[in-house]
Design a protein around this ligand. Structure first.
Ligand SMILES: Cc1cc2nc3c(=O)[nH]c(=O)nc-3n(C[C@H](O)[C@H](O)[C@H](O)COP(=O)(O)OP(=O)(O)OC[C@H]3O[C@@H](n4cnc5c(N)ncnc54)[C@H](O)[C@@H]3O)c2cc1C
Length: 423
């Protein structure tokens, strides 16, 4: 807070990346904190990462992006099976202030990772990279980049592979900085790869394994995007609370009006629930569980509620909220991005819906197996229906007691075959 808040608006206005502040974050030991001790790191978990990120994002979500992006870029190395790459690069990231970017997105695709087109052509044990990556955070300031490419764009998931590329290798060109609506202090560029030779030591995932590596990476990084939302939304709520206590309208300060109190209460509720969801996903990941679904839920809940919170905060500020003299308009611009990068809100819904449709284990019995005893107490042994078989119409749910199902349902007229014996 002390380091980031004072410079946040300056770098936003300047549209520039505050390298001295990123360096301070590195020196303070709050970057890449989940690199294991075996590679010189602190060996902390995502919970700690979430705590740190919430605080930085409260001061400036753009700077949180710049600082955390190095973890995003580093994660594929950590998750890969390439021990040589881990031993070569992770200690340098920890000790030598080496920043790492991450690249799946391209000018013509973002959500559809399996549709990427950056080409990796085998050449002996090496690969030759050709193609363009777009929207690359820290691309203009990073030392390394985790690049996802394909041996054959038509082969979709089966062709996708990943490499660790050093940004000063021959054939790597960084494009001009992309001008953005918010998070302007985070560096975002396109990167072109022209005949870039990648040695076999730098293969993070061979063809067919790259897509899974990208998804495993997102399962670890999406909870932290949730923390961006929690931090920025909390800041918006706190500013709005402060303003509501000071601004007078109709003879009273705003905080006396229940309509304003309710807005603040809902903002607080959203910040708290978003934080819990974020921590749940981070905790699952720290436990070594597959946190894919929780990470998606945390990401889309926390980032969408953050936008709602910032929007309501602006409302409480009235006209002042819309100016550049007070902090809300920047928060709103910065937060808007959270619903887009690392998988849009829609993509998170696709993932959660896929889990529900294919993997979710229901605790409740299926509807057709569920008797609804309305006519007698099933625990009453003396009731006239006690001891009789129970039949349920699969169509309308009618429950029938008797040794046989009825010839037809008295409600929906479906024949006997519609009945299932249930308990
Ligand atoms: C500032 C910034 C920084 C970024 N940093 C990085 C980075 O460091 N590395 C990196 O690789 N990428 C980065 N990205 C890219 C980001 O991940 C993509 O923008 C994002 O994944 C969406 O892709 P797209 O922009 O191509 O949109 P598209 O994929 O073209 O989608 C457009 C719209 O269609 C919707 N849509 C797409 N498919 C479906 C579907 N199946 N069902 C319903 N809706 C759908 C999307 O949700 C979206 O609303 C960054 C982006 C920005 C803006």
């Amino acid at each position: 807070m002390q380091e980031v808040l004072p410079v946040a608006w300056y770098y936003d206005e300047k549209d520039d990346t505050p390298m001295p502040v990123i360096r301070k974050a590195f020196d303070a030991g709050i970057m890449n904190i989940d690199i294991p001790e075996a590679y010189g790191g602190m060996g902390l978990g995502l919970i700690e990462q979430a705590l740190v990120t919430e605080e930085i994002a409260a001061a400036c979500a753009g700077l949180a992006t710049s600082i955390f992006d190095s973890s995003l870029g580093m994660e594929p190395i950590l998750l890969s099976n390439n021990e040589t790459a881990k031993k070569t690069y992770l200690p340098k990231i920890v000790k030598d202030f080496k920043l790492t970017a991450f690249a799946t997105s391209e000018p013509t695709m973002g959500s559809d990772v399996a549709g990427l087109r950056c080409k990796a052509t085998p050449d002996g044990d090496d690969y030759i990279l050709n193609g363009t990556k777009y929207w690359i955070t820290n691309g203009g300031v990073a030392d390394y980049i985790s690049v996802f490419a394909t041996i054959d764009p038509k082969s979709q998931h089966a062709g996708i592979c990943a490499f660790l590329v050093e940004m000063d290798w021959e054939g790597v060109t960084v494009g001009r900085k992309i001008p953005k609506m918010g998070q302007r202090c985070s560096n975002t560029v396109g990167i072109n790869f022209k005949n870039v030779r990648v040695p076999k030591e730098n293969i993070l995932a061979p063809p067919g394994k790259g897509f899974v590596l990208a998804m495993q990476t997102f399962a670890r990084t999406r909870p932290i995007i949730g923390s961006f939302g929690v931090g920025a939304a909390r800041a918006a709520m706190e500013y709005a609370l402060d303003y509501a206590k000071k601004r007078k309208a109709f003879g009273m300060t705003l905080n006396n009006y229940q309509a304003v109190q309710f807005k603040l209460a809902e903002m607080y509720q959203k910040v708290e629930t978003a934080r819990l969801l974020t921590w749940k996903a981070a905790w699952e990941s720290d436990q070594g569980r597959d946190a894919t679904t929780s990470a998606s839920i945390a990401k889309f809940y926390a980032t969408e509620t953050a936008l709602e919170v910032a929007n309501e905060a602006l409302q409480i500020f009235g006209g002042y909220g819309y100016t550049k003299m007070l902090p809300i308009e920047k928060l709103l611009r910065d937060i808007r991005l959270l619903r887009i990068y690392e998988g849009t809100s829609e993509v998170q819904r696709v993932i959660v819906a896929g889990h529900l449709m294919n993997k979710y284990q229901a605790t409740m019995p299926a509807l057709e197996d569920l008797p609804l005893h309305r006519e007698f107490d099933p625990l009453d042994q003396q009731a006239p229906q006690a001891g009789q078989k129970v039949w349920r119409c699969r169509i309308c749910g009618h429950v029938h007691y008797g040794n046989e199902a009825p010839e037809a349902c008295p409600f929906c007229f479906f024949p006997k075959t519609a009945f299932k014996e249930v308990r």
